[in-house]
Design a protein around this ligand. Structure first.
Ligand SMILES: CC(C)(COP(=O)(O)OP(=O)(O)OC[C@H]1O[C@@H](n2cnc3c(N)ncnc32)[C@H](O)[C@@H]1OP(=O)(O)O)[C@@H](O)C(=O)NCCC(=O)NCCS
Length: 301
């Protein structure tokens, strides 16, 4: 574990503190019978197996516990024993770890989840972006707007894809769309309720988004969809549809309705990591009759 994010936490070690409630919580959750809880946590930060930041917090993985630290105030919020999760099994079996920033050493591709710092972006395990800075591709995204970008697991996001969020929209029900108030003109800031607001942007699981595609505010993209390179997606995309162009339109569905329904029910992306490893031959089998049979068999179990 040696990256700039974890260095930032380690370099600010002396700012770590907690509250009385925090002290009690940590003692109770970890069955610790020591007085210097903060000193104990500092030691763990220095020797952690892995530190990553998500939303407002740092998460420090050490021994069999996870310590949660507020990234702005450096308050140790809590610590709890680590459940034996799929991710832990990965560490044992050396399967891919979704908390690694660079899953392919020397290759400019990142797992997005461990790089997220904004609380209004939520990304699932193993979704990758072909580039170094995913958050810079999520534009006009202001916390006070309250809109979220929610992306599922195992999505493949090509270079220079852009998610335009609601803060990009100008008021457009008057004669002019010019935002005078931003540029120092005498104008009251219009209330948010007067601004066009299309809601959260939601991308399902196993979605492939081609290079340079632009996803407009409020769009929902179903599981397994494919977005063609350079497309501009302004309306919702059905699960397992292929959409291309500007405005993006469906060129075809990837599979028949029966297989799409089976895949939607099977939700392979939610399985344990070792089970996903075992499923890979099925997920890449192009004999779709056989795939249907096998998914039906597994769903019937
Ligand atoms: C969408 C895509 C996957 C092709 O899907 P496909 O089902 O094989 O589509 P086809 O090649 O049969 O094309 C179907 C139609 O859509 C058009 N089309 C395909 N991709 C298009 C795109 N990105 N933009 C506009 N039109 C596109 C084709 O010209 C064709 O039009 P026609 O029916 O009038 O001849 C592919 O074109 C694409 O955009 N891939 C993204 C690649 C990429 O960005 N990779 C990044 C690295 S991971």
């Amino acid at each position: 574990m040696n990256n700039s994010m974890s260095n930032e936490l380690q370099n600010n070690l002396d700012r770590l503190h907690t509250t009385d409630l925090g002290l009690n919580r940590i003692r109770k959750n970890l069955d610790l019978d020591i007085s210097d809880i903060v000193g104990w946590c500092k030691q763990k930060v220095l020797t952690a197996e892995d530190i990553f930041r998500q939303g407002k917090n740092w998460y420090v993985n050490c021994d069999n516990c996870v310590i949660t630290i507020n990234a702005r105030s450096y308050t140790i919020i809590t610590a709890h024993k680590r459940k034996q999760t799929a991710v832990d099994e990965v560490a044992v079996s050396s399967l891919p770890n979704p908390n690694t920033k660079h899953p392919v050493p020397g290759f400019p591709v990142i797992y997005v989840k461990p790089t997220i710092t904004r609380p209004n972006i939520i990304v699932g395990d193993f979704t990758y972006y072909s580039g170094e800075d995913f958050e810079s591709r999520v534009t006009h995204h202001y916390e006070f707007y309250g809109d979220k970008l929610i992306i599922g697991k195992f999505c493949q996001i090509a270079a220079d894809v852009e998610f335009i969020m609601n803060g990009a929209n100008h008021k457009m029900d008057g004669a002019s769309t010019f935002p005078f108030y931003i540029f120092g003109w005498k104008q009251d800031v219009p209330p948010l309720s007067d601004m066009p607001h299309k809601g959260d942007t939601v991308v399902g699981n196993d979605v492939w988004i081609g290079q340079n595609a632009v996803i407009l505010p409020g769009v929902h993209i179903g599981n397994g969809a494919i977005i063609g390179a350079n497309s501009v997606v302004g309306s919702n995309v059905e699960p397992y549809a292929i959409v291309v162009g500007n405005p993006a339109k469906t060129v075809r569905k990837r599979f028949d309705d029966e297989l799409i329904a089976l895949l939607q029910e099977f939700r392979w992306w939610d399985k344990a990591i070792d089970e996903i490893q075992e499923l890979i031959p099925l997920l890449h089998d192009n004999d779709l009759g056989r795939v249907k049979q096998e998914i039906e068999r597994r769903l019937a179990k």
